[in-house]
Structures are given as C-alpha cells and as structure tokens.
Design a protein around this ligand. Structure first.
Ligand SMILES: Cc1cc2nc3c(=O)[nH]c(=O)nc-3n(C[C@H](O)[C@H](O)[C@H](O)COP(=O)(O)OP(=O)(O)OC[C@H]3O[C@@H](n4cnc5c(N)ncnc54)[C@H](O)[C@@H]3O)c2cc1C
Length: 337
C-alpha cells in the first residue's frame, strides 16, 4: 500500500502529528512524504529521519504561504499522477480545508479525526469519535485514494533516526490562486495545547480563594480576576516546571481569566496529553469530552463529589491554592530544581 503523508508546517515549524502520520503510513507499506513551501530542505530531511521512504518536495515561491487553492491543486496533481492508495494529514485548521478541496478535485472522500485504522480485506476501516466522543463511528471510504486526517497524539511518533535518507523527488507547483497572504500578526492562538504532553488546567475554582484580599479599590469582577490571576500563576508555574501547557475550562475562559486558545472541551480543543491535571474544574461533560483521552488524569477539587473524580486516575480533595504549590515544590525537589 502506498501512502502520501502531507507534512503540515507553518514557516518551517512542523505539526508533530505529521510525523505520527508517517508512522501510520509505514505500518501499511510505503510512506511518501509531501513537503510544500519554500526553503523546505530541513523538513524533507526530518521526514526521512522519521521514516519516509520517499519525499516529494514542491519548493516554490508561490507556496511560501499556505493557501488552499495552489496547495490543493498541487496535491491533486501529484496524487493523480502517482496514484497513492491513501493520503494522510495531521488534523489542523489548514489540512481540514486542504483535504476537503483536494478530495473534490480527486472525486473522493475524507475521513476526519481518525483515531484507529484496521485492515479488513481490501477495506481500510477508520474509527473516529462522533457526538462529542460518546460514540465511536467505524467508517470506510469507497473513493480512491482514501483521504484521512489524524488528530495529534492519537498514534505513536516514530523514532527519529539521524542521517536516514531515501528517494528525494522534486514536484511541480500549481500556482494559480485568487488569494494572496499580505502579512501575519501574532494572535492568541500562539498557545498550542493540542500537542502538549502535559497540560495543567484551571477552572472557575481558580478564582475562589477567600483568604486572598484583593486591593480595596477593585469592584467585584476586578477582584475575581485578580484572584484568578494568582491562581493561574500557580498553574502556569507547575505547567512550566513539567514542560507542559496551560489549559482551562470554559468557565475560566468566559470569566476572562485566560484566553480562548487555552480552552479544553466541546467548544475548545480536544487534547490527549500523557498527563492532564485539572484544578478547580467540576468535570462537566462538555469539558470531559475534551480531555478524557488523556493517558493519566489528576483532579484537584475541594468537592469530593465533583464528577471530574470519576474520570481521574488520581484525585486530591482539597484547596488548589494549597495543593498546586505543594505539588510544584515536591516536583522541584524530585527533579532536582
Ligand atoms: C454547548 C456548550 C458547550 C460547552 N463547551 C465547553 C467546553 O468546551 N469546555 C468546558 O470546559 N466547558 C464547556 N461548557 C461549559 C460546561 O457545561 C461547564 O459549565 C464548565 O465546564 C464549568 O467549568 P468549571 O468546571 O471550571 O466550573 P464549575 O462547574 O463552576 O466548577 C468549579 C469547580 O471548582 C471547585 N473549586 C472551587 N474552589 C476551589 C478551590 N479553591 N480549590 C479546588 N477546587 C475548587 C468546585 O468544587 C467546582 O467543582 C459548555 C457548555 C455548553 C452548554
């Protein structure tokens, strides 16, 4: 089976699930990595080192910035001539668009957010979560090539073998486009909780510490935010120590404690880190669907009956303002910091 793996990157920074997709492709047969952009030598090198048998590089100034039209046309043209059985993408905002456009060109279908593949004779059966993860749907694609996106951290990342090489092929860009990127500006989406191996998350409980006294001139909302800032400072310190990212419940985001980019859940990000520490989060279903695939869940909550404890491997009943700093200190000692 020949699989194209689209390596998704922004200005040379690759979405790690691209490497995970190479691992999936290798488990089926031949992995051909597709690297589009300008000045992409380092990415092509990394694709070989993560196990690609072949890398097709389309290096063209017209592809410097991602735009759906030229990227989809270039991908469709390559797929039409090389006829892969499967095209894999890491799930990102860009690839959802790219895969959909290329699928229209190729008259095939896209299976999104696939968490598992099984071979059943000639068929490739994809398992993907639907209804907020309550049901796992098994789907097949009757079009050719099959196209599928995989979420971050759903499949193991192959080991990187320094210096490994393979066949390097140069592809031709299709450059017709009606849109042009005229610039970028930094946005809150700089936070990427989707790829984090450790996430320490805070909820509404982060603003609840009666022993803290906000400055007297603050109104009620300002005082709540002030307390939440102290709480999130503790959470951020623990997250940094563990090399992780800061997550949040929707209540914390709606309360203005942190930006939306941190939100985990049904209307935020779905994450699956190795370790998820939920602090002052009750465990509403809309939050749980975003984090219940984490490998180890730790919950810290004052309320022993909080539903989050049902999902947690380890639960600590108590005040996060006491427990989070104690955990940070204990981890510092353990890590010799
Ligand atoms: C359509 C829809 C979509 C939604 N999408 C999302 C989503 O994507 N993500 C999401 O998170 N929610 C989402 N929600 C909201 C969700 O239903 C809950 O309201 C929200 O998750 C609650 O956030 P929370 O647990 O932080 O707050 P709460 O439910 O208020 O829980 C706060 C918890 O903190 C504990 N606590 C208080 N003080 C302390 C302390 N000092 N130390 C320790 N524990 C303490 C309390 O015991 C309590 O359990 C959605 C809702 C709807 C209707």
């Amino acid at each position: 089976m020949k699989t194209f793996v689209y390596i998704d990157h922004f200005k040379g920074e690759v979405q790690p699930a691209s490497w995970e997709a190479i691992g999936v492709a290798k488990s089926f047969g031949t992995a051909v990595a597709l690297v589009f952009g300008e000045g992409t030598d380092e990415i092509a090198k990394a694709a070989f080192e993560y196990g690609a048998d072949e890398v097709i590089v389309v290096d063209d100034a017209a592809l410097t910035d991602y735009r759906a039209e030229p990227y989809a046309s270039t991908l469709s043209a390559l797929a039409s001539s090389a006829t892969p059985d499967l095209i894999l993408f890491p799930t990102t905002a860009r690839t959802r668009e790219l895969a959909a456009m290329a699928a229209v060109d190729l008259s095939t279908g896209v299976l999104t957010d696939v968490a598992k593949f099984e071979k059943n004779g000639d068929q490739l059966v994809a398992t993907r979560p639907i209804y907020e993860g309550k049901v796992l749907e098994k789907t097949v694609c009757s079009g050719k090539p099959i196209m599928a996106t995989i979420p971050a951290r759903a499949f193991p990342k192959p080991e990187r073998v320094a210096g490994k090489t393979g066949t390097l092929t140069k592809g031709v860009a299709k450059t017709d486009a009606l849109t042009t990127v005229v610039g970028y500006s930094a946005s809150e989406s700089a936070v990427n909780i989707g790829d984090a191996a450790v996430i320490v998350s805070g909820g509404r409980g982060v603003s609840n510490n009666p022993s803290l006294t906000p400055p007297a001139d603050m109104d009620e909302k300002q005082a709540e935010l002030w307390v939440a800032q102290q709480g999130f400072a503790l959470i951020t310190e623990l997250a940094k120590l563990l090399g992780g990212a800061v997550g949040a419940s929707r209540a914390a985001v709606d309360g203005g404690y942190v930006t939306y980019a941190h939100q985990v859940g049904q209307t935020g990000k779905v994450v699956s880190p190795d370790l998820y520490i939920a602090c002052g989060i009750s465990g509403a279903i809309q939050h749980l669907v975003g984090m219940r695939n984490s490998k180890v869940i730790v919950a810290i909550n004052k309320d022993a009956d909080a539903p989050v404890f049902k999902q947690a491997r380890y639960g600590v009943v108590g005040d996060l303002f006491a427990i989070v700093p104690a955990l940070t200190e204990a981890m510092k000692k353990k890590m010799g910091k």
